[in-house]
Design a protein. Structure first.
Length: 243
């Protein structure tokens, strides 16, 4: 009887060893990850930080920092069109969620991409490494759909096209006028301070300067007015559908 018990004892010892080893691995050597609970506010703050990074690391031409070698403190001259398009889509989604600065950064990224789009007859696509890529093009297109989605939702909820055009015009006009006034005020203040420090005579600029600024604003408003009919096309009901 003693000999017949030995195989069972060895099997039990083996099973016990496997269980003990697994317990050691999962509790000490490689414990499972434990993620803390997050709230909607935490997620929004995280998204805001991501948008802030993309704003601070966007180049003047609309691209973003892609590869960086911390050891040599240098930027590696390489880029990826698909990830560029994906970033623009994500930024437009962040803009739809009301995160400040996301839309402007995405618009600069779209301008860079569209300048490099290849157009043939009635279609266009984005190039990457000498090829036309459907993935990059689809990501950019999804971002553009998201770009017009807020106005399309307003129209779908009952807002008339004429009212949408008024909203677009007022938003553009107010921002443009505020920027022009702030720019003129900053220029005048800077010139006055410089004149004081250098003990120079300061006088108001002639009327031609203000006329030039006003003409620039007027031209921009005219171009905005000419583009208002496109609001109807950009806010059709299919703009709020994804299927």
């Amino acid at each position: 009887m003693a000999r017949s018990d030995r195989p069972w004892a060895r099997a039990g010892l083996g099973i016990l060893s496997v269980v003990a080893t697994g317990a050691l691995v999962f509790t000490v050597l490689s414990p499972p990850e434990s993620c803390p609970a997050v709230s909607a506010g935490d997620l929004r703050d995280s998204a805001g930080e991501a948008v802030r990074w993309f704003k601070e690391n966007q180049n003047p031409n609309g691209t973003w920092l892609y590869l960086y070698d911390a050891g040599s403190d240098r930027v590696i001259p390489d880029y990826n069109m698909a990830r560029h398009a994906g970033v623009t889509m994500g930024l437009y989604q962040a803009a739809s969620a009301g995160i400040p600065g996301a839309r402007a950064a995405a618009d600069r990224g779209v301008e860079w991409a569209l300048d490099r789009a290849v157009e043939r007859d009635n279609w266009a696509a984005l190039p990457a490494n000498g090829y036309l890529t459907s993935g990059s093009t689809a990501l950019l297109l999804a971002g553009l759909v998201e770009r017009r989605r807020p106005f399309a939702l307003l129209r779908a909820s009952g807002l008339r096209v004429g009212e949408l055009r008024q909203v677009v015009f007022l938003e553009t006009a107010v921002a443009m006028l505020a920027t022009a006034v702030a720019g003129v005020a900053l220029g005048l203040a800077s010139s006055y301070v410089l004149a004081v420090f250098r003990d120079l005579h300061w006088s108001w600029p002639d009327a031609g300067v203000f006329a030039m600024v006003g003409a620039g604003v007027l031209v921009a408003l005219v171009l905005t007015t000419l583009a208002l009919p496109l609001v109807d096309v950009a806010t059709r009901h299919d703009a709020v559908r994804y299927e």
